[in-house]
Design a protein. Structure first.
Length: 436
């Protein structure tokens, strides 16, 4: 910036040869400039060109002091002090873009906000989790859709929460658990709105989850039902034995269908659980405790010997396995134990459900979901006085809470004397069982 003509020296300018320049004032040839820091960056701006004398240096030093004072007070406007500066123009354009972006954010609709939030959930989340969020997000879009995020009040969200769940007034509403999943989406979207400056606070902060009744989900199969499932339809035994096997293992469905021959150690009577299959993809079990080594009871060993013999000639398959962080992957080449005989590929959840529903009807067993195989193992083990810590380890739980609330049901007819070893459990749990 050229100094105003009124400040030009009256006397003939002299080059300052002996005097030291003030701090932050620089002389390059016939150009005088000042140096300062603004928003974490070093800035240099020209204040005089041509002849330089003591007076112009003093003016440059005074201007730098004014700039530093304005920066310290938070009122520095680059364009006022240096209107011809390229940095001033760049800052002005950036500020205009930021203001325009903020105006656009304030106009963001709920539907757009939901879409933006969902886009961040695909990274670092399990595929099944992201799909679940997308499904639950439809309830939010249907309720608020084209309304601006900024216009949705806390009271609107509270009313939405109350009307979401099944009740006497709303018999077609959602279960408390499903409604709570929807509220997870609501909290995420309005937290983003707060973080992006659309709202001055998170308007979903006060939303509380619906209380869940503590009812056991366990409806275990009896020994007689397990015998029917395995043997009543001999032509279906190859598939049936997989599910009956799980009544003796207690794995989740996703862990069961991902088992490979390499996971089985019959000599040590152990089975390693290190992967699961969800929505056609292989992944590490969802929590670290689910990666485990479990004990094999005698009926499980018998069925596994049969399965291993029948699958000995199966081709090795390369697998890409998503790690626990849901980002990185590892690779294995294994011989999978269970595939859909109609496709030769791993079982999908829907195909296995359809087969099991038809099979239970055909053999005269009351239908329950496939997860009841896992519940059968837990219920029978506890009813035969297996140590709770052992059952927790077999199931891959962290503590006994889920076991007590959901996974086990006392079976009075199986209750006998307390047992405290795998051998004792073999004697107690397997009495009356034959695989043929």
């Amino acid at each position: 910036m050229t100094l105003p003509s009124t400040l030009a020296p009256i006397v003939e300018a002299r080059q300052p040869t002996s005097r030291r320049l003030p701090q932050g004032v620089e002389l390059r040839g016939d150009t005088l400039r000042i140096c300062f820091f603004f928003e974490g960056e070093r800035c240099r701006e020209i204040v005089s060109r041509g002849r330089v004398d003591e007076f112009s240096i003093a003016l440059a030093d005074r201007l730098r002091g004014q700039v530093l004072s304005a920066i310290a007070a938070g009122r520095f406007d680059y364009r006022v002090y240096f209107p011809d500066s390229r940095r001033a123009r760049a800052l002005h354009q950036a500020q205009d873009a930021s203001q325009q972006a903020q105006r656009s954010l304030l106009e963001m609709t709920v539907k757009e906000g939901v879409s933006l939030w969902l886009s961040t959930q695909h990274s670092g989340k399990a595929k099944s989790t992201a799909i679940n969020y997308a499904s639950k997000a439809e309830h939010v879009i249907n309720a608020f859709g084209d309304k601006r995020l900024a216009d949705v009040k806390t009271q609107d969200l509270q009313l939405f929460r109350n009307q979401l769940v099944r009740s006497r007034q709303n018999p077609k509403g959602l279960s408390p658990k499903t409604a709570n999943d929807v509220l997870t989406v609501v909290r995420g979207v309005w937290n983003d709105a707060y973080e992006n400056g659309i709202t001055s606070r998170n308007r979903a902060d006060s939303l509380k989850n619906h209380c869940l009744e503590r009812e056991s989900q366990a409806d275990p199969f009896s020994l007689d039902e397990m015998q029917l499932l395995l043997n009543a339809a001999p032509h279906q035994r190859v598939i049936a034995r997989m599910l009956v096997l799980n009544c003796w293992l207690g794995l989740s469905r996703s862990e069961l269908v991902a088992l490979a021959a390499e996971d089985v150690d019959l000599k040590r009577r152990k089975l390693t659980v290190s992967r699961a299959q969800v929505l056609g993809e292989h992944k590490a079990p969802k929590v670290l405790a689910r990666q485990r080594e479990i004990d094999l009871l005698a009926p499980a060993i018998e069925l596994l010997e049969e399965i291993l013999a029948d699958t000995e000639r199966h081709c090795m398959q390369p697998l890409e396995i998503t790690r626990l962080d849901n980002l990185s992957v590892r690779y294995e080449t294994v011989r999978l134990l269970f595939t859909n005989p109609n496709t030769g590929k791993p079982w999908s959840q829907s195909a296995l459900d359809r087969w099991f529903k038809a099979h239970t009807k055909a053999v005269g067993v009351r239908y329950r979901g496939l997860n009841q195989c896992r519940h059968t193992f837990a219920s029978r083990a506890l009813s035969n006085f297996a140590p709770q810590e052992w059952v927790i380890k077999q199931l891959g739980h962290i503590d006994g809470q889920m076991l007590q609330l959901h996974y086990a049901k006392w079976i009075p007819e199986e209750t006998g004397l307390p047992r405290n070893s795998v051998d004792s459990l073999n004697e107690a749990m397997c009495s009356g069982w034959t695989a043929c």
